[in-house]
Design a protein around this ligand. Structure first.
Ligand code: ATP
Length: 233
């Protein structure tokens, strides 16, 4: 992905956010964050593990403290990458709208928030709590995932809100009436998922080169994901 056209000048005041269950974190998450932080000049890029994910069953979900610890290990060698425990501390079901509200308050109006997600998550955005407000709180960057829906960008904006957007060629994004953009980008996403990792561990197979080495070690030491996934999704 080229560096422009994405948005205005880079530097301070542009932060990236990736929420997820990170059960466990894998190189697909890290590569996504690396490509987006570089091409959108995002610093810091913040990973936010959820406490209770609203859209997945919790069977097979590691405790949030353990998922948080794995993400901390995974980002430790990258000074741009940060981890926030905001959703774990808030407790209960983790709604992105509440997290983005809190981040906006914390960082102030001078900071632009770029909320990243893959197309498999974005395609269900109209099921999220207060989803229409999400488009007013942050720019959204939707990346294509190999196993995602593979739909053309213009068909992915929920029909209920499509009229609130117009295409802005100067940033190659759909601009909401609030001024926030929705970008669709191909970052060359890696074909790896947490479901795949859990399946490999449960089957006694190697997860090296799919997960950071430090996270592999933690998974082995704690004996995580030893049993077949009871259907978490
Ligand atoms: P699971 O397999 O358990 O459903 P997952 O691999 O999708 O998990 P999440 O923690 O749910 O991981 O992902 C957090 C965010 O990162 C979501 O927006 C998801 O779509 C995105 N994502 C996950 N894996 C990749 C990948 N390989 N490439 C790009 N984006 C990804």
């Amino acid at each position: 992905m080229t560096k422009a056209p994405n948005a205005s000048a880079g530097g301070p005041g542009r932060i990236g956010v990736l929420g997820g269950t990170f059960n466990p974190v894998h190189l697909g998450h890290l590569r996504l964050a690396e490509v987006l932080s570089e091409s959108f000049s995002l610093d810091p890029f913040i990973f936010i593990p959820s406490e209770i994910p609203p859209h997945k069953t919790v069977a097979g979900l590691c405790p949030s403290e353990v998922r948080l610890e794995m993400v901390r290990l995974a980002v430790a060698d990258n000074p741009r990458f940060k981890v926030s425990d905001i959703e774990v501390r808030r407790g209960g079901t983790s709604y992105s709208v509440e997290t983005l509200d809190a981040l906006s308050r914390e960082h102030g109006a001078g900071t632009e928030i770029f909320f990243a997600m893959a197309d498999d998550a974005f395609i269900e955005i109209d099921t999220w709590k207060d989803w229409e407000r999400l488009f007013t709180l942050a720019h959204i960057i939707v990346v294509r995932r190999p196993e995602g829906p593979g739909k053309p960008p213009e068909t992915m904006l929920p029909v209920e809100v499509r009229e609130a957007f117009c295409y802005s060629p100067e940033v190659d994004a759909f601009t909401h009436i609030s001024g926030k953009h929705v970008y669709f980008r191909d970052v060359g996403a890696l074909q790896v998922s947490s479901t795949q990792i859990r399946g490999l561990v449960a089957g006694g197979r190697s997860i090296r080169y799919l997960v950071p080495e430090t996270v592999v070690t933690l998974i082995e030491q704690r004996g995580l994901y030893q049993y077949p996934d009871p259907g978490a999704r």
